[in-house]
Design a protein around this ligand. Sequence first.
Ligand code: ATP
Ligand code: MG
Length: 429
Amino acid sequence: MTSSIQAVRGMNDILPQETPLWQFVEKTLAKVLSASGYQEIRLPIVEKTELFKRSVGESTDIVEKEMYTFADRNGDSLTLRPEGTAPCVRAGIEHGLLHNQTQRLWYTGPCFRHERPQKGRYRQFYQCGVEAFGFPGPEIDAELIQISAKILEKLGLKAHTTLELNSLGSTETRKQYAKALVDYLTPQHAQLDEDCQRRLTTNPLRILDSKNPDVQALLKNGPQLADFLDEVSREQFATLQQYLTAAGISFRINTHLVRGLDYYTNTVFEWVTEALGAQGAVCSGGRYDGLIEQLGGKSSPASGFAIGMERIILLLQQTDQPIAVKTPDIYFMSDHPAAFQRALILADQLRDAMPNHIVMLHCGGGNLKNQFKKADKSGAKLALIIGERELAEGKVTIKPLRDNTPQFDCTERELLQQIRKLEPTLYPG
Ligand code: ATP
Ligand code: MG
């Protein structure tokens, strides 16, 4: 026997048992986003490597060590997208969607990062991204956060998540603060762990993000980002907090929230949960006013967030909100080719008449006894049978499978009416 091939580590199959939950989440997202006037955009999975180097940042973890980058047959360097914002901005610039106008966009699809796979962290994972372009000021940040809160509410996850907020200030502020941080930490270099020592030279702000308690203790006595904020950033951040409070959205200021990508400025936020261990961020976002210009477009403000779909699914599974796998309502059987031909046509008509239900047609022949076993196992409420006699008389036999009602036959014309009598929910009159 030849050996079987397995999926790539960290890349998961989503099995039929799980897809109803995914569909529920996807439907909820689409509904909430469209209600606020956000439009879907579909983007390629592969982009030029340069796009991510220029946007996410050369010295971020993502670009330094997590990207799936390869040379295609022409020798061009391409990358499986590690996130969606840069591709969305690229598309917006390319198609003239961003200049002198506003856009509210969303997308969903897989992203790829070569990280260490564990619960809630995979090498292929799905994001739903939401981006708003052309809006300066804190209003759009308030709208985006309100939408993210609504999504969590509609998914039944509000009680399991907390909103954290921070302001990173302008690019200039970040630069000044990073310098102060480096000046403060460099003499105490030896007290930092290896990861933070590396970040000290590559991406000092990311040290704030460290989970190491010794590092956090060190940071407490160091320079604080909040003290570096310019007047405008400070005001915008205060206004945003006012808006959120007025809208009944509670939050916690986390001055160490920095986010892993270089392009963020001013407001950043994250919805976190305690229920998923170390992988606590289920939705992350913020403002990125500099990115459009950085990618060659005309400068324009921008703000957005991304939801980690697997983490949402895990949270739903953990907080036991069961979404049932749909079982067939009707199982249609037949015992010879001419009868099957009739069943094929009638099943199609039934599906048109009962669009929200499942009519499963038995395929592959076999005797009726075996077909009954399959019908029973399928979970269907009713079995319909066409045999020699039914075919000759233009009839169908109906057998209720979930109670003791005896089977009976009816003409093809009466079929829908009889189904309605037995199962009013299947075909409401
Ligand atoms: P994390 O703190 O988990 O490393 P991040 O800061 O790298 O997250 P973003 O790049 O902002 O995350 O991505 C947005 C969201 O996508 C995250 O909040 C998270 O829910 C999810 N996410 C990020 N990386 C992964 C991954 N490797 N597997 C599954 N979900 C992920
Ligand atoms: Mg990460």
